[in-house]
Design a binder for this molecule. Structure first.
Ligand SMILES: Cc1cc2nc3c(=O)[nH]c(=O)nc-3n(C[C@H](O)[C@H](O)[C@H](O)COP(=O)(O)OP(=O)(O)OC[C@H]3O[C@@H](n4cnc5c(N)ncnc54)[C@H](O)[C@@H]3O)c2cc1C
Length: 396
């Protein structure tokens, strides 16, 4: 059967952009092209935890290789989130799964490059265009267009902004949206598990230690790798000068956590390097239907930064949700090209079914930031902070 296709152009080849490409290519009436500013597709960020919702969406999209035990580490205890006392290592809070009977759907921790490779196995290289920094985007009744810094352009019938938390597409079509640094910075590292496996009392499961100097997280990842991740507060003026993924200082890491338990200190000392990630957040958007033919996905659509380690999984779910919106409104097997009214119907279904879920998280993150800013240093108790942290299992 021959199909008349619409062209969907995707801005950004992160988790959202790649999963969108995988999802939408399943529909025979859609042709996809992805445009990425990086010179090559190489994930340098350290770890990423993908939660049951993200893993289930990947499974439904046929990305079964991402669910393999070898590339994603799952806690042996079966409890995904374990918080420990920062001085004594005692477990102070656990967040068990709710309704996740299958082990392959349990939270898996990946090196980002491994997850990216798993996604790339499902995307033909010919549809990903690197070295294409989007300078400008345009939308009219009959087409959308991206204009790149190298002077070239691309035209399509639908545009999806999957260009991350500082999204150009969002800024173009939703200029009044407000994003801001949260005052937190993250330091992350990835290295072989053999570097730390002999540390006495190293927990077998991933763990987080929240204390007065910040939160420290450590976990095994797939492929016998290990990650240390910490976050702490810095003055906003300092944070504004930090570029995402710039080299951080292991000395800062070691000094900052020197009053924590011997396990944390040993992990900080074993960490060979760090990269810094300033954290940003923003208000939930009032619509994801930015223009008649333009929508957004991933961090571009729900800018909540690293909070709840949820953004990657939600980006995957966004892609699956948009696929379902197309399938719901236009079916799977369709031979004629969708009209503008039909495209708008698809994007409206996506907006109305998906945005409230993601907005709930953005709102929760903003409430948490406001509550935190009202706590004085003298009143701050890290144990209370762990116990008062909202349970986010609804996300899965
Ligand atoms: C410290 C930290 C820890 C985190 N940990 C977790 C975790 O454990 N689990 C989890 O689920 N989430 C986690 N997250 C969130 C997660 O990383 C993001 O939600 C996820 O990467 C979003 O994917 P994305 O594709 O929407 O955006 P991105 O990954 O930012 O991808 C956007 C892409 O668009 C490209 N781009 C941007 N601008 C342009 C332009 N002008 N022209 C062309 N291309 C452009 C970028 O180069 C990039 O490749 C964490 C975030 C942080 C900061």
């Amino acid at each position: 059967m021959s199909h008349e296709k619409i062209k969907v152009i995707i801005a950004g080849a992160g988790i959202a952009g790649l999963t969108l490409a995988i999802a939408l290519r399943r529909l025979p009436y859609i042709e996809v092209e992805v445009f990425e500013q990086a010179t090559e597709l190489r994930e340098i960020g350290a770890s990423i935890a993908i939660s049951p919702n993200g893993l289930r969406s990947l499974e439904r999209l046929g990305v079964l290789n991402a669910l393999e035990e070898a590339i994603g580490f799952r806690n042996p205890s079966g409890v995904p989130m374990i918080f420990r006392h920062w001085e004594t290592d005692e477990i102070i809070r656990e967040e068990p799964f709710v309704d996740v009977p299958l082990r392959r759907h349990q939270t898996a921790r990946f090196h980002r490059a491994q997850l990216q490779s798993a996604l790339l196995e499902h995307v033909p290289p010919s549809i990903i265009h690197v070295k294409k920094r989007i300078a400008r985007a345009e939308a009219s009744d009959d087409h959308v267009a991206l204009f790149f810094a190298d002077g070239t352009s691309a035209v399509g019938e639908v545009l999806i902004g999957a260009d991350g938390i500082h999204s150009n597409i969002r800024k173009t079509f939703f200029p009044n949206h407000r994003g801001f640094p949260t005052g937190k910075v993250w330091l992350r590292s990835a290295f072989p598990y053999s570097t730390v496996e002999n540390i006495p009392s190293l927990p077998a499961d991933s763990a987080q230690w929240w204390g007065p100097k910040g939160a420290f997280m450590a976990s095994r990842m797939g492929k016998d790798l290990f990650t240390t991740v910490c976050n702490f507060d810095l003055p906003i003026d300092t944070i504004k000068d930090i570029q995402s993924s710039q080299e951080g200082s292991v000395e800062v890491l070691r000094q900052r956590f020197q009053s924590y338990s011997p396990v944390v200190q040993a992990l900080a000392h074993a960490t060979p390097y760090t990269r810094a990630y300033p954290n940003y957040a923003g208000e939930p958007l009032s619509t994801w239907l930015l223009e008649q033919r333009v929508t957004i996905a991933g961090d571009a659509a729900h800018p909540h930064g690293g909070a709840f380690a949820a953004g990657g999984s939600l980006a995957i779910d966004d892609a699956y949700a948009l696929f379902l919106a197309f399938e719901h409104a236009l079916g799977r097997e369709r031979t004629c090209k969708p009209t503008l009214v039909e495209i708008q119907c698809v994007l409206a279904v996506y907006d109305q079914t998906r945005r409230p879920h993601a907005s709930k998280l953005c709102t929760l993150v903003l409430e948490g930031l406001r509550a935190q800013s009202s706590i004085t240093r003298a009143d701050d108790n890290p144990i209370d902070r762990v116990n008062d942290k909202p349970n986010a299992t609804w996300l899965s």
